[in-house]
Design a protein around this ligand. Sequence first.
Ligand SMILES: Cc1ncc(COP(=O)(O)O)c(C=O)c1O
Length: 243
Amino acid sequence: MDTTESVIRRMTRLAVEHDAVNLSQGFTDEPPVFDLVWAAVTAMLGGDDDQMDRLGISTLRELVPGAEPTALLDRPLKEVLAGLQGRPDRLNQYSFPFGLTELREAIAGYTERLYGWRPDPRVEVTVTLGATEALASVLAGVCTAGDRVIVPQPYHEMYPSQAAIFGLEPEYVTLVEQISAGVWEMDRDEWAAAAARGARALILNTPHNPTGTVCSANDLAWVAELAMRHDLLVITDEIYEHF
Ligand SMILES: Cc1ncc(COP(=O)(O)O)c(C=O)c1O
């Protein structure tokens, strides 16, 4: 199988090994949004939804009845939190492998607010571990070994690797750099010829890594028409949709 180590991981490994500045990955120094952190902490403390709500609004005096308030200040936080574990615990259980119901409903609502279309959260929304698992699941679900998959280049390194994992043949088409205009454009003749040769799917990444190109409405309409003409599935990687 023609797969290689991720270039990003390799550069990170080498940077650590040689104590070099690692330009291959972006490392943010901002903490996550606190509401997310808090939701994770309270969910892991267990109990039920009411207990999670209670932890968010109660004072320590209310949560640890009978404790001498000033003595509480001298107790390690870990010990105090251990005493706040919810019993019985209904939160830390088997989950839906395709994502919590509430999360899928929130994603459907968010999609509707942004795009004016509400996917059915029961059957049209699946939560994955990042774009990598999402693409792998889609390729495994809709392609069969031997299928051709159109990949515009330049591309993110995971597309050819994943194609190889599933025995698919990448067919590379070009985004052409128009240097004076500062844009990258689809070579429509080349893309149309690749679709006409009978590819199963096209992986469209917009906004695009590494060029930053955002497909115009005209480009998207053209791709949609091409896909319908050739019964081509379009798999979009829109990981940077808010950039
Ligand atoms: C275009 C593109 N797709 C997919 C990925 C992988 O995303 P994730 O880390 O969510 O699996 C990246 C990460 O850099 C990316 O730039």
